[in-house]
Ligand binder design. Structure first.
Ligand code: FCB
Length: 278
């Protein structure tokens, strides 16, 4: 049994182990980390200096500073210093996740079961590296609550990593979509048509429809109904207006249609909603 996690034979039988592996050409750590069956837990790996090579043959990928890897338990580990790089220093955290982390542990790009995020800028790398270091030192300290604290820091690190994923990064909305939303919010009680919204922002209705769906991942009608229903909910609990009046105030001339949409979106009728809350 090995008590150094940097050497083969260490038993990773803990919930969290973190370290820095400083591989220098010809040094005692200059070997291939080869775990064909993966590990029991996840590994997060950040290159801090030099370059490494992941996988072999024509699957080989080189990683350097700014590249981040996440190995789920089933992914095979096969990595070493890149042949022509004098060193490969990488920081890593081994951990057994809590169930609610599930969503944070799948990233956009994956190769042979390993998630990869490349080309992070220096400031981001610096920030992430700080967390890796804090996790390692907190876990190894004799502070009270060191285990909870290091898990808490790991949660921050995982959230930061997930936030960097291109499919999570929030990009600013197209100003025309914002304008369409403003128009609809201001005219919520009116029976406006899509043509009216589109002409307000000088787009064709079909172009607006596409753009809106692309940016908001829902149709304009869904968005408008969501707004109307949330306004109706507010009025149901803060005023004494009748259900029909509220339907009209939020833009539904047909009370039956209002009740139908309300029920579809909230699971209960407007009347029941009011009773439940008040
Ligand atoms: C060390 C490796 C490191 C990581 C941990 C779990 O031995 O150097 O890359 O795989 O094990």
């Amino acid at each position: 049994m090995q008590d150094d996690p940097l050497k083969p034979g260490y038993n990773f039988d803990a919930h969290l182990v973190a370290g820095l592996t400083p591989i220098i050409e010809g040094d005692e750590l200059d070997f291939t980390i080869d775990r064909p069956n993966g590990m029991k837990g996840y590994i997060l790996n950040l290159t801090s200096k030099g370059e490494g090579t992941l996988f072999s043959g024509d699957q080989a990928i080189n990683v350097g500073p700014g590249d981040l890897l996440l190995f789920p338990p089933t992914a095979a580990h096969y990595y070493h210093r890149k042949a022509d790089s004098v060193c490969w220093f990488h920081r890593w955290v081994y951990f057994r996740p809590r169930a609610f982390w599930h969503d944070w542990l799948s990233w956009q790009d994956e190769q042979h079961g390993v998630y990869i995020t490349r080309g992070l800028d220096q400031t981001t790398v610096h920030h992430l590296e700080r967390l890796f270091i804090d996790i390692e030192y907190t876990a190894k300290s004799d502070e009270p609550y060191r285990s909870d604290l290091s898990i808490n820091l790991l949660e921050q690190l995982l959230l930061r990593c997930k936030s960097l994923q291109p499919d999570v990064v929030s990009k600013p909305l197209d100003p025309r979509v914002i304008e369409a939303m403003n128009y609809m919010t201001q005219n919520l009680n009116q029976d406006f048509t899509m043509e009216m919204v589109a002409s307000h922002i000088c787009l064709s209705p079909s172009r607006l429809g596409h753009l809106f769906r692309e940016e908001m991942s829902m149709t304009i009608t869904q968005w408008r109904d969501d707004q109307r229903i949330s306004r109706a909910k507010q009025l149901l609990v803060t005023t004494n207006y009748s259900v029909n009046q509220i339907g009209r105030i939020v833009g539904y001339t047909d009370p039956l249609y209002f009740s139908r949409v309300f029920k579809r979106k909230s699971g209960v009728s407007p009347k029941r909603y009011r009773e439940q809350i008040t």
